[in-house]
Design a protein around this ligand. Structure first.
Ligand SMILES: C[S@@+](CC[C@H](N)C(=O)[O-])C[C@H]1O[C@@H](n2cnc3c(N)ncnc32)[C@H](O)[C@@H]1O
Length: 192
């Protein structure tokens, strides 16, 4: 999946958030997600920050971590005051309690192994007291979890694991509460 994200970086925003902004039906959900992310002030670690589309909205002292150099290159231009770290997670390459909040969008749902998901959450609570996860809402007709075939504009195809969780299921899984529940995006927060 790393190669997929490396190659997808230049086209990522155009095929996700920008696509939603151009569609009146989807723009409301994109705007709700923007407002939600902007409301999160703290020392924040953005895990799997990607191109920094949402990282740019985070207030306070921001650190982003991602395993894709090409994603981080874009994120760095979008949020020049943030620190970006190249690493595969988990584990998180930071000392315990170095942040107030871990924010992570559209990463947890790509972790196929339950033990790794537990490690992901445990690491979040080691480095911060609060975890906020944003994910894509279930899509009618799509399996709740599967390996999806994802094409890129260069003609390549990639197998990407994806789970779709309701807001309630996401909140339950991390032992927290629902903080966003729109037709397109869900988010949950939990404290250790
Ligand atoms: C679907 S994108 C989401 C990007 C961004 N958070 C957003 O919401 O637009 C997933 C991101 O997580 C990164 N990623 C996936 N698995 C990772 C891992 N094990 N360690 C570090 N980064 C990872 C990918 O490189 C990619 O940038």
């Amino acid at each position: 999946m790393k190669e997929y994200y490396d190659r997808r970086a230049p086209e990522y925003d155009a095929t996700t958030y920008e696509l939603m902004q151009a569609d009146p039906a989807a723009a409301t959900d994109e705007a709700a997600l923007t407002a939600f992310v902007e409301s999160l002030p703290a020392r924040v670690l953005d895990v799997g920050c990607g191109t920094g589309w949402l990282t740019r909205l985070l207030r306070g002292r921001v650190v982003g971590v991602d395993w894709s150099e090409s994603m981080l290159a874009i994120a760095g231009t979008r949020r020049p005051d943030a620190v970006f770290v190249l690493a595969e997670v988990p584990p998180l390459p930071f000392p315990s309690d170095s942040f107030d909040r871990v924010f992570s969008s559209h990463v947890y749902s790509h972790v196929a192994d339950e033990a790794v998901r537990k490690h992901f959450v445990a690491e979040a609570f080691r480095v911060a007291r609060e975890l906020v996860l944003v994910e894509q809402a279930p899509v009618p007709g799509r399996p709740a979890e599967s390996w999806e075939t994802r094409p890129l504009s260069d003609g390549s195809e990639h197998q990407v694991f994806k789970r779709y969780l309701t807001a309630a299921a996401l909140a339950d899984e991390i032992g927290g509460e629902i903080v966003l529940d729109s037709p397109t995006f869900v988010a949950a927060r939990a404290e250790r």
